[in-house]
Write a protein that binds this ligand. Structure first.
Ligand code: NAP
Length: 308
């Protein structure tokens, strides 16, 4: 079978750190082109300043991976799908829910694959956590996602702009995990968003959810953490405590701790290839829906200005 000719669009941090190595490591794909307005691409690979330019005069592509900020992703995805090109969306899949629904309908109409990826769901501890929790009674859940924005997102202006999500940019990774591992649906009951006076997006958020059986889920997101960073989920159950640490990589159950190799992006590309080969899409909007609900229902507090 011929490899899927893919273009990477948006040659920023995640494209270089994760997408290029995952594509190079998966024989189902061949890197056909890169697209980025300012970046100069990869030696030996056709590079284009815009997707227009690639689609008009570049090498033929079967798929694109959109690694841009979310605010520009809809137009790029719609343009690719209009040509029957399969689309991999980095997380979050868009800047609004309706635009992603529109893309999913478009993909169905044209018979192309749309994959709204959630890389944290492919962290090593997540699948075994989901299997273990499936048989338990959930009593409570705590999510602590505290990191230093200056370390992880230096100079990323888009992340503070409307649609950039602020602290929900990492927080949505935690939501992508808990919407996947918890056996019952849950929804927001109360939230407080702290927004720096000079920015449009929150730097911290405190969120309370409850599931359909009444179990409390508390989420603490903060971008002002210096020193040790926390990407932890703790689930209290009738059979003891489950802990997922390091963003889902390390799973501790009452009887054992599992450390497995990182395979988030290789896992995403394996899934994308399977979806394309089987003519299907995968668009789960649950994590983005919960973020939208936090903006819809949360109380906003203005806090100190933030400077990079
Ligand atoms: P980034 O470093 O700011 O890179 C984004 C890139 O998009 C920029 O390099 C920019 O290219 C390019 N771009 C902007 N508009 C474009 C357009 N219209 N057409 C083509 N390219 C365009 O951001 P990032 O950290 O890689 O994040 C990108 C996405 O990946 C976000 O949704 C983020 O949530 C997600 N993500 C990031 C991480 C991470 O650790 N950073 C992890 C997982 C997922 P030029 O430089 O050429 O202008």
């Amino acid at each position: 079978m011929d490899p899927i000719r893919i273009a990477v669009v948006g040659m920023g941090k995640i494209a270089r750190d994760q997408h290029l190595p995952a594509i190079a490591g998966n024989p189902a794909f061949s890197l056909a082109a890169t697209v980025s307005p300012r970046d100069s691409g990869v030696e030996g690979i056709s590079h284009h300043r815009s997707l227009d330019d690639l689609l008009a005069q570049g090498p033929a592509v079967d798929a694109v991976a959109l690694c841009t900020p979310p605010q520009v992703r809809y137009d790029l995805a719609a343009q690719a799908l209009a040509k029957g090109v399969h689309v991999f969306l980095e997380k979050p899949p868009g800047a609004t829910l309706a635009e992603v629904h529109t893309l999913a309908n478009q993909a169905d109409r044209v018979g192309a694959t749309l994959f709204a990826s959630w890389h944290s769901r492919f962290a090593a501890g997540v699948a075994p956590a989901r299997a273990w929790l499936a048989e338990r009674r959930i009593d409570s859940v705590k999510v602590i996602w505290r990191e230093d924005v200056r370390v992880w997102h230096p100079g990323q202006a888009w992340i503070w702009q409307p649609g950039g999500l602020g602290v929900f940019d990492p927080g949505i990774n935690a939501l992508s995990i808990i919407t996947h591992i918890l056996p019952r649906p849950f929804f927001l009951s109360e939230a407080t968003l702290e927004i720096p006076e000079n920015r449009a997006a929150p730097i911290a958020a405190d969120l309370h959810f409850r599931d359909t059986a009444g179990a409390a889920i508390h989420m603490d997101l903060d971008w002002r953490q210096t020193g040790p960073q926390s990407w932890d989920i703790v689930v209290e159950t009738d059979a003891g405590t489950l802990r997922l640490a390091q963003g889902g990589a390390v799973l501790t159950l009452p009887s054992e701790t599992l450390h497995n190799e990182d395979h988030e992006y290789p896992g995403l590309y394996a899934r994308f290839a399977t979806l394309i080969r089987s003519g299907r899409s995968d668009v789960d909007l649950a994590p983005l829906t919960l973020v939208a609900d936090a903006f819809l229902r949360g109380k906003r507090l203005v806090t100190d200005a933030f400077f990079d």
